[in-house]
Design a protein around this ligand. Sequence first.
Ligand code: 13P
Length: 262
Amino acid sequence: MVDKRKLPKKNLMVGNWKMNANHLEAIQMTQKLSFRLSEDDYDRIDVVVCPPFTALRSVQILIETDRLDVQLGAQNAHWEEKGAFTGEVSAPMLAKLGVRYVICGHSERRQYFGETDATVNRRVKAVLAAAMTPVVCVGETLEQREAEETEAIVVGQLKGGLSGVDPSELAGFAIAYEPVWAIGTGRNASADDAGAVCQLIRETITNLGGDETGAQIRILYGGSVNAGNIKGLMAKRHIDGALVGGASLDPDTFAAVCRYWG
Ligand code: 13P
């Protein structure tokens, strides 16, 4: 069997649609995005869309019937497999729908829905158990940045979110650095600042899982990414992709972000 960790690493572009797009809109958005990307593009990047739960089935059918190279992601997953958890969706349910990536611990979940490092950790383990890839989000608030706590916050969120995960699994993860003050504000971190925190993330993962794991894990930047700033961000050695909110809702713009080298 091919050890995927030995394959050359592709950059990863994830569109987080948040609470936008009904299932009909999601089908159109996915179709348009895929029309704008070519086979050559997919040689360089993995492209993932994360629609709301209500659109996953429709987008799955589209991807499978039209054999699209766009991959499916979800925005969250509960840690239990099933049971009396009204309103929740489990990791095995998502895996069954062809979902390959699951965002864990997005700052909006931390801010509005009581997400903690401990619950992020439980979600991460459930996503792994269902053979999907966790996209673990970390990032400091403006207050924390101004108090020069960025490093401590990011390392603490990583250690908490990844606690007890077998280090051999970490190579397949994606970690997204999303400074809270840069999300949806139009104010992105400078490429230098984002690159420096992504380097810190790589060092932390290397300490946890060793050199090869540190080299293989994909580290994304997120926060007001757009077609104008992506190239500068991707030029940074430790940035392997992006987690894109607003700019992923327009297929033309998201395709331009994905083709960052163009
Ligand atoms: P924006 O790209 O809209 O700033 O959102 C970033 C984000 O939160 C992606 O998960």
